[in-house]
Ligand binder design. Sequence first.
Ligand code: SF4
Length: 246
Amino acid sequence: MKGKVHSIDTFSTLDGPGIRTVIFMQGCPLRCKYCHNPDTWALNSPNAREYEAEELMELILKNRPYYRASGGGVTFSGGEPLMQHQFIKEIFHRCRQEKVSTAYDSSLYIIPSIVSDLAPLTDLVLADIKHINSPKSHELTGAGNQFNLDNLQLLNDNGVRIWIRYVILPGWTDKYEDLRNMALFIRDLPMVERIDLLPYHSMGSHKWKLLGLNYELQYIKPPSPARMQELARVVFSISQLPVYII
Ligand code: SF4
């Protein structure tokens, strides 16, 4: 089986616990206005590289001593990695045999049967919540949040560890009411271990220009560190979970 890969980071410390090999998969069904990687959107991009599962496993296993020493493993990201779930399932199955920890970073905008099919092979999900309000999610990403919230519940019910990721985009995702509602939703999911708040930045905007796309957020400034702290306190006060600004 082959997978279409956008790029690979063999030594990441930002995509789950420990040192990890991160495989950025090609293809995404969403169109987030702040996306850093619009070059991952097209599944059949000529710039993607096709990997056989065994070829990718060889690459993953090269760093096994680092995974063991640091509690790391492999993380699939994107794009939306679950668009190529059969390929990921094969790799995760091989990782189980080799005792390599498995994770994926996803918007969970995917039919729930795919998430439940992968759940027994998944150690951790870095789950992006785009917006807790479905119409606002639609405005921001092109899709409502029903799959996202249903799949979070499903992961929780299947006992899969979850880290939440949420981008603070001033004027779009930083309203107290929305953060409160998100924290209340998360509070009822005992498998959620932590919440990461990511300040919006526009570092991917040049890629939009290269692709001939209109970057609508060009006049939005990143939130200040003080504002991030303030919002982190709101989320912590309700969720009672560790909140990190990353
Ligand atoms: S889900 Fe990720 S890759 Fe897809 S459009 Fe949104 S930010 Fe970009």
